[in-house]
Design a protein around this ligand. Sequence first.
Ligand SMILES: Cc1ncc(COP(=O)(O)O)c(C=O)c1O
Length: 448
Amino acid sequence: MNTPICDFIKKYSDSGVIRAHMPGHKGKSQLGFEKFDITEVDGADSLYLANGIIKESEENATSLFGSGKTLYSTEGSSQCIRAILHLAKMYAVSQGKKDKMYVLATKNAHSSFISSSILSDFEIEWIIGDASNYLNGKIEPEKIEKSLSCVDILPFAVFITSPDYLGNICDIKGISKVCKKYNVPLIVDNAHGSYLKFLDKSEHPLDLGATMCCDSAHKTLPVLTGGAYLHISKDAPSFFSENAKSALMLFGSTSPSYLTLCSLDNANIYINDGFGEKLTALSAKADAMKMELQNGGYTLLGDEKLKLTIDAKKYGYLGSEIYEILYNQGIICEFYDSDYIVMMISPENSEKELNAIKNALLSIPQKSAILDTPPIFLPCEVAFSPRSAHFMEREKISIENANGRVLASLNISCPPAVSIISCGERFNCSTVELCKYYGLKECYVIKE
Ligand SMILES: Cc1ncc(COP(=O)(O)O)c(C=O)c1O
């Protein structure tokens, strides 16, 4: 496997040419990495019209992931999600679909899913996995089947977030069978799961029947922030591969970061040169560590190998309190709220680091469980489509007064960008309570 982008950029940065082109740093060092930060000069190819080194590197990624097509994004899964949903809607139109355009989605969708609905103008039908914890997107195939079997008009896509932020993984194989039965494309937000492909037995959504998915390479692989993949299955209609670049272009900057492209390129070598073995070794260590923590009284959540999600309250603390204890020992977690602490590990964490995390956690004395839980989630009535609501006149009000009002802004989310209520939906008592629980104070609603 080669690294055509890295090779080009190294050669270019060593060539000593006069950079009479962007960026303004001209390759002169301010921070140390500027010499590798180039623009689309001759030979550097062009991300959205790739025909040279970027195309070659994307083909390497395609072969590593065994997809029909894998394309790069330098603007994260957020860009890929917008592109994929746009593509799915375009495909539905190309198939003669004219009626209600909507997507059936799990409630824990990332905010970029809501922004997609505004940008590409579609409605959303939510499926709730667990009303007592709306962050948990674990949904059974039967629930999808039930939703699809009782509608007059099918959605143009089913959108599942798996793994979710807490590390829950859905039965994508089962869900994809249901989607195939109803001939609805299955889109998986696999932002947290690039590495799933390289476990002993792949658990990557594409291998389990998804039509398309996005992976934030930067979340679990050694890739710079923003580096992501848009994957299209070999079984997907050719329409998706043919139009994917233009869909990405619609939502992307015309100045993609070559530093990020370089690191996506380099990830191909990293994956090819023994990443699977590194993951196997790490999985064994992570399993042992989780076992020790459970024996020490911790309640862990989620199915993911590379996530450590702790139910803090069951151990007698708020998530924020455990976060702070770890922070003071130089351990910075990925996420916390009052209920949970989420840590993400990768083969780049040393054994010493893993032991430090484990020992820090085990040295916290267990207390009696805190019994308070988040308010139950009750679905919101939909007053307007997300796009219509977004363009209506709005006013800012206190969450205290929001019951009965319709949200006008993108969404109101708790920290991992998961919406409690989205644009065009009407607040109910439960939404207000949830917003208060997650510390939200104000919101924009449609002016009455
Ligand atoms: C579930 C999920 N989907 C999508 C995204 C967006 O990914 P990115 O930051 O790569 O744009 C995130 C970001 O945290 C996420 O948690």
